[in-house]
Design a protein around this ligand. Structure first.
Ligand code: GRG
Length: 282
């Protein structure tokens, strides 16, 4: 991924430095792994083009973390074990870097989709699916509702809406892009989509559990960032949240039944997400 971003020596050096800081820090890279695993499952190994597509998904994720951490949002000090982008570079630069990461992601998807020579889907389809995941029917929508959530909200359906958009939508796009890159059938695209949505929501619940139970040394980010918000842990308790995550992971794995043994890597990924503390592994 380093070579996909402008060099820190190119003008505006400080924005490029912030983009690289945001995107190249320690992270689990779960979303691009999902893109690569899905493409491989449908017979397309990790060529440079597929890796570029997976990196585009990671750039969107990095952008979302920069924005999420801003003082007007979560006002976070620590991310991936070091100061957040606005703490390190200033808020103005953080916002510009976030937009530039997003623009680079779209550019990579458009360029890659052209080169992959996909038959069933047009390049615009890939760009469209990514945009759907980012806008008000995806990350932006989930974030908007999350920002106005109050600690006394007790509506589980609303909480699921928030997180299936804020977190699940990018997991969905990651899987869809991998499937489209490999020319998967519409039926297979839907099957991996169902898997990815459930995996994403389960991952978010694990993230809530970590926020409540783990230390900044373990997670690399501020602890109790969700205090004052409704979370799966505040609504269901630790055991209830764990049970719901396990149920969602079982749904995710069930969705893979039509794909048989070739989906074993995705089953292993679901098992990884369900391991206590796995979402802390940086
Ligand atoms: C325009 C892209 C865009 C977003 C605007 C700010 C926003 C709307 C959405 C925030 C989405 C967000 C940050 C959701 C949290 C998801 C989550 C569980 C993040 C932690 O992911 P990990 O654990 O992080 O995979 P690492 O650091 O390992 O990559």
């Amino acid at each position: 991924m380093p070579e996909l971003l402008p060099a820190e020596t190119e003008r505006p050096e400080w924005v490029h430095a912030a983009m690289r800081y945001a995107a190249l820090g320690q992270g689990k890279r779960l979303r691009p792994v999902l893109t690569l695993a899905v493409a491989e499952m449908f017979g397309v190994p990790a060529s440079d083009d597929v890796v570029d597509l997976a990196c585009a998904v990671e750039l969107v994720h990095a952008c979302s973390l920069v924005l999420d951490d801003l003082p007007s949002m979560d006002d976070a000090a620590l991310r991936r074990g070091r100061p957040t982008v606005h703490r390190a570079f200033g808020e103005d630069v953080a916002i510009l870097a976030a937009f530039a990461l997003l623009a680079r992601a779209y550019q990579l998807v458009a360029d890659t989709a052209q080169r992959l020579g996909i038959r069933r889907y047009a390049s615009e389809d890939l760009v469209h699916h990514l945009a759907e995941a980012i806008g008000t029917r995806g990350l932006v929508g989930g974030q908007a509702l999350d920002l106005v959530s109050r600690p006394d909200d007790t509506d589980l359906e609303r909480l699921e809406f928030v997180h299936s958009h804020k977190t699940g939508a990018l997991f969905l796009a990651a899987a869809e892009l991998g499937a489209m890159a490999a020319d998967a059938s519409r039926r297979d695209l839907e099957a991996v989509g169902r898997y990815a949505k459930n995996l994403g929501l389960a991952f978010q619940i694990e993230d809530d559990l970590l926020d409540a139970l783990a230390t900044p040394e373990e997670t690399g980010k501020d602890a109790r960032q969700d205090a004052g918000k409704t979370t799966f842990v505040s609504l269901l308790g630790v055991d209830g949240a764990r049970a719901l995550a396990a149920e969602l992971l079982a749904f995710a794995v069930d969705s893979l039944a039509p794909l048989g043994r070739k989906a074993d890597a995705l089953r292993a990924l679901a098992e990884f997400v369900g391991r206590p503390g796995a979402s802390a592994g940086r």
